[in-house]
Ligand binder design. Sequence first.
Ligand code: HAM
Length: 416
Amino acid sequence: MRDILPPESARWRQFVATFASLVTDAGYGQVIPPLLEDIGVFSRLGEATDVVTKEMYDFTDKGGRHVALRPEQTASVCRAFVEHRPALPFKAWYAGSNFRYEKPQRGRYRQFDQVGVEVLGSDDAHVDVEVIALAWDFFASLGLQRVELVINSLGEPADRATYTSSVDQYLRSRFDELTAESRLTLERNPLRVLDSKRPPDADVIAGAPNIADYWSPEARTHFERVCDGLTTLHIPFVIDSRLVRGLDYYRRTTFEFRGGTLDSAQNALGGGGRYDGLVEDLGGPATPGVGFALGLDRTLLACDDEGVFGAQAHEPFAFVIDTTDGTHAMAITTALRRFGVPADRAFDGRSMKSQMKVADRSGAALAIIIGSDEAERSQALLRDLRSGGEQVVVSLSDVVATVATRFESQMNTGAQ
Ligand code: HAM
């Protein structure tokens, strides 16, 4: 688990703000689920998935309840829907940390952040298209160009069940050729073997049955409508019949966004799909659902690799240098801030030279200087720190209004 310090933390905030603005414009409202839920909420992710069996941060609380830190937020949003029954369709977005006890490495952490959306209450394939298009446009708004969209359909639950047993049978027929890890996975969850990135498994996986041969006519029509929609919106995609994803609740559409610059084990920038039975599993009425979550940590790594969406330093407009007792600095910074002008100052009664250094380092456009001479004359010096140190004298009573006007005109000309 990591600390996120400035300026990286500002980039995180900007990431969430960009996402929030995109999805709220599309009619999504924010849900803020708790970090901790009853373990039962997450058991539905699949008793045979790594997320549930190996990676859950679960414990018994002081009241004897078996609880877990959330490993994702789809189940929480569905649980919240069952509890509060908002009107349908329920279009929700969220942002925040999740916890999985994984082996930490670049792009894989035990505490990681996601932004995501969920739509409950419609099984129209155009909802699948809408959420995919939102994620696609979000990556584009970050400036990312090397993102690949991979999609698949797992069919209806019955299609998936028949397919799973065919895959199981097939893999058992080639058991000796599988890696030891995949043999273990096969015991718990045959479909997950198809996700193996281990080279010795590749040959066996290439010969596995294809899910498309198991789709019911309804599942096929739904999938075709999703593909047609993406084509209409000019969103390029690749169909990968091996895309099963790591959670058990998916039905029909599944999709993943892969970053072109990341290591293949950690190149999923985000993913999602349909989970039409999940709300029912959590005790609610039959309610279809579809959504995605994007990994903030990984997506920012992809941004670093592509040299886009860099951290932006937030500079004050004015820096107040006060070598008297600091009272002027206190009053002027507070007044400027109340006018909406970014302002900062130094503390601890430092020398003029030392405060000038801090002002320069802060990146401020303007220094407001009050030494003992200025204070005696009830004046201040305004020094332009960006264009060669030009300076003017203003009376102390006019400083705030003068600086606020300068700030406004800089904002209007876009120079700030
Ligand atoms: P997921 O594929 O488990 O899906 O996670 C989505 C994204 O979260 C991944 O593609 C990855 O970018 C990021 N992520 C997952 N685990 C880690 C980790 N340990 N460290 C860093 N990043 C990670 C879900 O969570 C589903 N709830 C998505 C969804 C929403 N399906 C339907 N609606």
